[in-house]
Design a protein. Sequence first.
Length: 173
Amino acid sequence: MMLLLLVLAAALVSCQNKEAEKKIAALEARLNELEGRKTPAVKQTPEATAQPETKPEGPLPVLQFEKVEHDFGTIQEGQKVSYTYKFKNTGEAPLIIQSAQPSCGCTVPEWSKEPIQPGKEGFVKAEFDSKGKPNAQNKTITVTANTWPKQTTLRFKAMVLPNPNAGANGPVK
């Protein structure tokens, strides 16, 4: 019995994921059942009690992009291309971009770091490196800001022509 409690305590300390917590709760309930004690009420996890996000009260910024999709057209593999998505804060509060997360490491975003006042403009710039990315490419940048909804997805695409010299030097030794 003491060994079970030690294993249980070690699991609690060493593993903080939800699956482990569920298993531990089940083990505790079984242990209580075997010892003839009442099972304590099930503790609600944050996951179970989480409510869907609601729109915040008060004036909010509004992120209005000129366009959210861009087509680089046909480019050569290895070429770096960039596009600047321009936006305006059409809301009633300063706009703050918390992050701009690309869908892959081949895209590097930059964005306006300072708060954008109502009526003012800002940018999110995407630089795409096509090295090792032949054929059709569809990428995204997820912009998170203090707006409602919090995330806006920017998209771009390119047709990357394979590098004709790739593999011309033979196998790497």
